[in-house]
Design a binder for this molecule. Structure first.
Ligand code: WQD
Length: 338
């Protein structure tokens, strides 16, 4: 069965392609390589011993999207990762984010809904909750006004899909709200490849550990948390990738009573920035050079998932600990810096 993975050369996309191929699916990747490299295909092949079909297409080009679906009439499901995802950049360049994250979703759905019985998985984010009032965060926690155009594109994306499913029962869709993905495939054949200075905590930690960065700046330790630093739910990217396969299989089997569902995808555990640093020091045996600096604007204090819905309905649960995820991130960092 042929599955389209947009953004399939990216961090979460590539790990999902591996899990799909390991589960016997035929994968077609669309990626514009603006934030990824074709070399990732070699890593995917090294792990799953299968080479996915790859087409370099910019999904903002509506005609190219239409032409793709004319050539691939046997696609049964789509997992849509392709999007711009840097929160800070989205504040500087809102129109680029609305064009790249919204127009592309619309062009994809226009093609997909022209066919019967299509499954669609959307890469969403816990960002839609903003600072939730209660922990752990459930799927029915209110979606709050987005703190960034990036977060807004995820909220708008979910609404576009929900509105489309309402009028098209042939479209079966799930939005997966990721918490904080981290780590790399244990084979160290694929992993996170941040371009430039990493915005996210874990790649900055491992780049500091390997000597690429002098020092990690911890953005504030005066938050109302046990150790004063922000708390997040860090999930191993392979656990996250597996959640996509399970969600897809739910749709392909027609097991979803509504044709649109939302699931939180996290571990259900919260870890503070200092706890993540301790995890790195434990698994690497190295002391991390860091200093406490001012808070980063837009940061929420605490976010970790209530994973009951995914556990019970998808039958999926994250299996890796923070240390296991951190070890995979560290192994990957050392491999790519060799
Ligand atoms: C985590 C914690 C920082 C860097 C973002 C997006 C979210 C998703 C994941 C795409 C925070 C602290 C960070 C650093 C630090 N992206 N930190 N020093 O902000 O929770 O989520 O990435 O889907 O949508 O919002 O992740 O890794 O940037 O920050 O102290 O150099 O680490 O303040 O408390 P975040 P993050």
């Amino acid at each position: 069965m042929k599955i389209l993975v947009t953004g399939g050369l990216g961090f979460i996309g590539s790990h999902t392609v591996v899990e799909l191929q390991n589960s016997g699916y035929e994968v077609v990747i669309i990626d514009d390589c603006s934030n990824s490299s074709e070399k990732v295909l070699d890593g995917i092949f090294a792990i799953s011993k299968k080479m996915p079909v790859f087409e370099k297409i910019n999904l903002r080009e509506k005609e190219k999207v239409h032409d793709f679906f004319k050539r691939h009439t046997d696609i049964k499901g789509t997992i849509h990762f392709a999007a711009s995802k840097a929160v800070g950049e989205s504040v500087e360049k809102p129109l680029l984010y609305y064009e790249n994250n919204i127009n592309t979703l619309i062009y994809l759905l226009q093609e997909i809904t022209a066919n019967k019985k299509q499954s669609f998985i959307f890469s969403s984010s816990c960002t839609v909750y903003g600072q939730a009032d209660q922990m752990p965060i459930t799927e029915d926690a209110p979606v709050k006004k987005a703190e960034s155009p990036y977060g807004n594109t995820k909220q708008i994306g979910e609404e576009i899909i929900s509105d489309t499913c309402r009028v098209d029962p042939e479209l079966q869709a799930i939005s997966l709200r990721y918490f904080n993905p981290m780590g790399a495939h244990p084979s160290a054949e694929i992993g996170e490849l941040p371009i430039g200075v990493p915005q996210n905590l874990v790649p900055f930690i491992t780049q500091t550990g390997v000597g690429l960065r002098d020092q990690l700046s911890v953005f504030g330790d005066d938050y109302p948390t046990p150790d004063g630093t922000c708390i997040r739910d860090y999930i191993h990217v392979v656990d996250l990738a597996k959640a996509h396969v399970v969600a897809l299989e739910r749709l392909l089997a027609g097991k979803n009573p509504q044709n649109y569902e939302v699931f939180n995808v996290g571990t259900g555990e919260g870890s503070s920035v200092l706890e993540v640093i301790s995890s790195f020091e434990r698994i690497s045996g190295k002391k991390l050079n860091y200093s406490i600096v001012e808070r980063r604007s837009g940061d929420i204090i605490t976010a970790y998932a209530d994973t009951k819905k995914a556990n019970e309905i998808l039958g999926w649960k994250a299996g890796s600990t923070l240390d296991q995820a951190m070890k995979s991130a560290w192994d990957w960092e050392r491999k790519i810096r060799k």
